[in-house]
Design a protein around this ligand. Structure first.
Ligand SMILES: Cc1ncc(COP(=O)(O)O)c(C=O)c1O
Length: 404
């Protein structure tokens, strides 16, 4: 049968990450390619106890259809948590011209996708950091949007380049950014960059889609305000998730956005999945309200601090000076940069031949055909022994590769 596919799927490429992960999973292969939370980070016994209680006492509620905008007690708990923790969520009662609303979504990825389908038309530009989160880029592409990239520097997004990009793309209506522990680079924007980007968005009437899945994972350095906490004009849609603090498999995320936008996102969500898995929403609610979430987050941070420090120490020992790398203060990733002019795809293949998986930077480019001299490595998933051994393999490949 000669199958016919839709135009939008015909233009989409398979994920390079998935292709790399397809490598035969032999016991000797070490993967620095995943983006998963550490398996040590799941609060299994609390979740088992709460799950049993939900099924014993609230099974009908958990097994029935629910509201599209989310399980009301979870919406309230998340709104309270985000307000207290990040000063997120403004209301007309406080004198603002808009009311922020909290929605529960099926992972942060759905929040991103709903925002784009609610606000943008196919063919329009969405402005993103370059490189950026592949899940978001693919969501934009599948909605028919053009992903237009703005380069990064040590302080975050390049603000001058951002202004030029806005001026060159008058159809752009949305700016998608990850200011804290960016994926894939592991970088955080400075306070000055945050303020300038907010001011630019306001000046040019562009909405900001702020993605903050990693904000809670800061294990070093000074905390920085979210763009949403600076939002006095109702121009920021904030997206976050339980994936990195509780469980990625539950697929529970949340959005805080002005009510007028949130109510339209609910209409789109209704046609996608009716509502987010109710049992897991109830489980998140019970965990957030009955367990010590911050004690648990401290436990996660201690794991990532240890693993990241170990990986940075190993990189310092193993990598030639010609390869630079970021030194994250949170999140899950380190970004390595090969000397100018080298395409990291070849380097990644050489690593794979030595049974080490890393992700080529081009995967995360806004322009799918542009090369990259960067590659991403992850410190949360490998064991400590794998980090040490994997960095030795990386160093050996790098020395051989650069000596050619
Ligand atoms: C930058 C970024 N945003 C959003 C997500 C989505 O998280 P989820 O859909 O699991 O909530 C991820 C996950 O890796 C991410 O790295």
């Amino acid at each position: 049968m000669d199958y016919r596919f839709s135009d939008h799927i015909a233009g989409m490429k398979p994920s390079a990450i998935r292709e790399i992960l397809k490598a035969p999973a032999d016991a000797e292969t070490i993967s620095f390619a995943a983006g998963n939370p550490s398996p040590e980070s799941f609060p299994v016994s609390d979740l088992a106890r709460l799950s049993a209680d939900i099924f014993e006492h609230h099974s009908t509620l958990a097994l029935q259809y629910g509201a599209t905008d989310g399980y009301p007690p979870l919406r309230q708990a998340v709104a309270k948590w985000q307000k207290e923790r990040w000063q997120i969520g403004k209301t007309a009662d406080e004198g603002y011209a808009f009311n922020d609303t909290t929605l529960i979504v099926s992972g942060g990825t759905q929040g991103i996708e709903l925002a784009c389908r609610t606000l943008c038309n196919p063919g329009e530009a969405v402005i993103c950091e370059d490189p950026s989160f592949i899940g978001a880029l693919n969501a934009f592409r599948s909605a028919g949007m053009r992903t237009v990239g703005v380069p990064m520097n040590d302080c975050g997004i390049d603000v001058d380049a951002l202004e030029k990009t806005i001026l060159a793309n008058p159809d752009a209506h949305l700016l998608y950014v990850i200011p804290t522990f960016q994926n894939p680079m592991g970088l955080s924007w400075t306070l000055e960059v945050r303020r300038k980007v907010y001011a630019l968005a306001k000046k040019y009437g562009i909405l900001i889609l702020e993605d903050n899945p990693y904000g809670e994972t800061r294990f070093a350095g000074e905390e920085l305000p979210t763009l949403k906490s600076m939002d006095e004009d109702g121009i920021v849609i904030y997206c976050s998730t339980f994936s990195k603090v509780l469980s990625a498999g539950m697929r529970v995320g949340f959005v805080v956005a002005p009510e007028q936008i949130a109510s339209k996102m609910v209409i789109v969500k209704q046609t996608e999945d009716v509502h987010t898995n109710l049992f897991f929403q109830m489980l998140c609610h019970r965990y957030v309200t009955e367990c010590d979430l911050y004690a648990h987050i401290d436990h996660i941070k201690a794991i990532y601090r240890r693993k990241c420090t170990l990986m940075l120490d190993c990189l310092a020992r193993e990598l030639p000076d010609a390869i630079s790398y970021t030194k994250p203060e949170g999140g899950l990733f380190i970004w390595c940069t090969l000397p100018d002019g080298i395409d990291s795809m070849e380097f990644v293949r050489a690593c794979k031949a030595k049974k080490l998986l890393v992700v080529p930077g081009a995967t995360f480019n806004c322009d799918q055909d542009a090369p990259s001299n960067g590659f991403r490595i992850n410190f949360s998933t490998p064991s400590d022994e794998q980090i040490v051994e994997g960095c030795q393999r990386l160093g050996a490949v790098a020395r051989e590769f650069l000596s050619k």
